[in-house]
Design a protein. Structure first.
Length: 172
C-alpha cells in the first residue's frame, strides 16, 4: 500500500537520509535530475538541506510516498516569489526509487502536487524533463502541454548533453 504525505521542514530533516537514498538510487539508474555522479552523497545531502530551508520559508512544498515504512518517492512544488509570478508553481524532483516503479506512484504524486498547487491558488504549473524521457508520456497523460525544447541543456550521467522539454499545465 502506498501512502502519500506532505512533509514539513522538520519532518524532511528527520528523513534526510531516506530522501538522499531515493535521489541517489534515481541518479544511479540514469535519471536526469541535476546530478551526474551517483556516488556523491554529500552533494545530494546538501541539496536536500537547501530544500529544507526552502520548506521552512514556505517557498516549496514536498510530497513523499511511503511503501510500507519506506520512503520511496518525492515531488516538490516550488512557488514563484516574484510579484508577476505568484499565480504559478514549478514541479520538480519527481523521483521514484527504481525498486518502486511501475506502480502508479509518480502519477499519484503528480495528481497530489497539482491539487496542492490549486489549493494555494496557482493557475499555472511548469516543469522541465529530459527530452525523450519516459516521464514525458506520464505528463502528457495528465494533460500537460509541451511548450518547447532546449537543446544541449544538461549533462547526463553518461556524459552527453541532453535536450530538455519544457512543459506546462493550466489549472482551473
Amino acid at each position: 500500500m502506498i501512502k502519500i504525505e506532505q512533509l514539513s521542514a522538520s519532518q524532511a530533516q528527520a528523513q534526510l537520509s531516506a530522501l538522499t537514498d531515493v535521489l541517489q538510487a534515481c541518479v544511479a539508474d540514469g535519471a536526469s535530475i541535476g546530478f551526474i555522479a551517483a556516488d556523491d552523497r554529500a552533494v545530494m545531502t546538501d541539496f536536500w538541506q537547501g530544500k529544507i530551508g526552502s520548506l521552512e520559508r514556505g517557498e516549496t512544498q514536498l510530497l513523499v510516498a511511503w511503501q510500507a515504512e519506506t520512503l520511496v518517492a518525492t515531488v516538490m512544488v516550488g512557488f514563484s516569489t516574484m510579484p508577476n509570478g505568484r499565480h504559478r508553481a514549478e514541479i520538480s524532483k519527481l523521483l521514484v526509487h527504481p525498486l518502486a516503479r511501475r506502480q502508479g506512484i509518480a502519477r499519484r504524486l503528480m495528481q497530489q502536487a497539482e491539487q496542492l498547487a490549486q489549493q494555494q491558488g496557482k493557475t499555472l504549473l511548469v516543469l522541465d524533463t529530459r527530452s525523450g524521457d519516459v516521464a514525458t508520456d506520464l505528463y502528457l497523460s495528465l494533460a500537460w502541454q509541451i511548450a518547447g525544447a532546449i537543446p544541449q541543456y544538461a549533462a547526463s550521467t553518461a556524459g552527453v548533453l541532453d535536450a530538455t522539454t519544457v512543459m506546462y499545465k493550466l489549472l482551473r
